[in-house]
Design a protein around this ligand. Structure first.
Ligand code: UTP
Length: 290
C-alpha cells in the first residue's frame, strides 16, 4: 500500500452529549488539561508521519482551523512581555501540520462527513481519525493501523474490546484472528442489541482506508439514527474486497463521554510533576467527602 499522507478528521457533529459546554464552543475545542481535545488528535497524526490534515467542519467550527493558524496579535503581546516559552507554545501549534478543510453543510452522520472530503483525497489511501476520540500510550494509535495496512495491503480499522453491556454504543466486528490481535473481518454491525452482538470488538475512531470506500459511501442509505453510517459502507466493502481489524493497544478516551473526558483531564494533570501532588491531595479530599 502507498504511504499514508492524509487524514480526514470529522469535527462537524452537534456534540449533543457535551451540552451545555458545547453550545458555542465545539466539543473538539474543550480543554483536556492545557490543550484542546483536537490538538491531541492532530499530534497523534503527526507522530504517525501524516503530513496533511483535512478537517470536515461546519459553519460554527472555524475556531478549530484558527487554533492551528498563527495569531500574530497574541504572538506580539507575548514577545513584548518576554513570555518566550508561551510564544513558542502558540507558534508550534500553528506550524504543526498542513491544514485543509471542507464543510459538511448538513449533519447527516459520520459516513456523510467522510464523503464530504472525497475531492481532497484524490486517489490514494488515507486515514480517518474521529475528532473526539483520544488514544495514548505506546505506538501512536493510527500508526498501529498503518503498520498492518502496509504489511497486509488491505484496509484496516481499529477495534478495542468493550464490556458486553456497552456493545450497543459501538459498531461491532466479528473476525477470524490471523495473528495476535489482527482479525480478518467476517461481520460488522452498527450499535447491535446486546443479545445480537457478534463479539465485544468495538470499532474505535481510527481507520486506514483505500479510496474505493467513497463509492460504497455513495450507495449507503440512512441507517441507525437516520444517519449515513460509515460502518454500513465498511460492512459492504469488507464483504466484497476484505478488511482487517486490529486490536489497538493503549488508553482510549471518548471526549464526548463525561466520565472519559474528566478522567482524561486527571490522567494528564497527574503527568505534570508540578501539579501531581496537589491534584492527588484534592482527589483524596473529594473521596472522603463522598
Ligand atoms: P459523534 O456521534 O461522537 O459526535 O461523532 P456528535 O454527533 O458530534 O456528538 P453527540 O453524539 O451528539 O454528542 C463522531 C465524530 O464525527 C463527527 C463529530 O464531530 C465527531 O467528531 N461528525 C458526526 C461529523 O463530522 N458529522 C456528523 O454528521 C456527525
Amino acid at each position: 500500500m502507498q504511504t499514508i499522507r492524509k487524514v480526514i478528521i470529522p469535527v462537524a457533529g452537534w456534540g449533543t452529549r457535551s451540552l451545555p459546554a458545547s453550545k458555542n464552543i465545539p466539543k473538539e475545542m474543550l480543554p483536556i488539561y492545557n490543550k484542546p481535545v483536537i490538538q491531541y488528535v492532530v499530534e497523534e497524526a503527526i507522530k504517525s508521519k501524516i503530513s496533511d490534515v483535512i478537517f470536515v467542519t461546519n459553519r460554527d467550527k472555524s475556531v478549530i482551523e484558527d487554533h492551528f493558524d498563527y495569531n500574530l496579535q497574541l504572538e506580539g503581546v507575548l514577545e513584548r512581555a518576554g513570555k518566550l516559552d508561551k510564544l513558542q507554545t502558540v507558534r508550534e501549534v500553528a506550524e504543526m501540520v498542513n491544514i485543509m478543510s471542507v464543510r459538511q453543510k448538513k449533519q447527516l452522520g459520520l459516513g456523510h462527513a467522510v464523503l464530504c472530503a472525497r475531492a481532497l483525497i484524490n486517489n490514494e489511501p488515507f486515514a480517518i481519525m474521529v475528532g473526539d476520540d483520544l488514544m495514548f500510550g505506546g505506538t501512536p494509535g493510527v500508526q498501529q493501523l498503518i503498520d498492518v495496512a502496509m504489511t497486509e495491503n488491505m484496509p484496516v480499522i481499529g477495534v478495542m474490546e468493550v464490556p458486553r453491556d456497552k456493545v450497543n454504543r459501538y459498531g461491532i466486528v466479528a473476525g477470524e484472528e490471523i495473528s495476535p490481535g489482527v482479525y480478518r473481518i467476517t461481520d460488522m454491525v452498527e450499535k447491535p442489541a446486546v443479545a445480537d452482538a457478534p463479539s465485544r470488538l468495538a470499532i474505535v475512531g481510527r481507520y486506514v482506508l483505500t479510496p474505493d470506500i467513497f463509492d460504497y459511501l455513495e450507495k449507503v442509505t440512512p441507517g441507525v439514527g437516520g444517519e449515513i453510517q460509515l460502518t454500513d459502507a465498511l460492512q459492504a466493502m469488507a464483504k466484497e474486497r476484505g478488511m482487517i481489524a486490529v486490536k489497538m493497544s493503549g488508553i482510549r478516551f471518548d471526549a464526548g463521554d463525561w466520565a472519559d473526558y474528566l478522567s482524561a483531564n486527571i490522567y494528564f494533570g497527574l503527568q505534570d510533576e508540578g501539579l501531581r501532588y496537589d491534584l492527588l491531595d484534592r482527589l483524596k479530599q473529594f473521596v472522603q467527602f463522598q
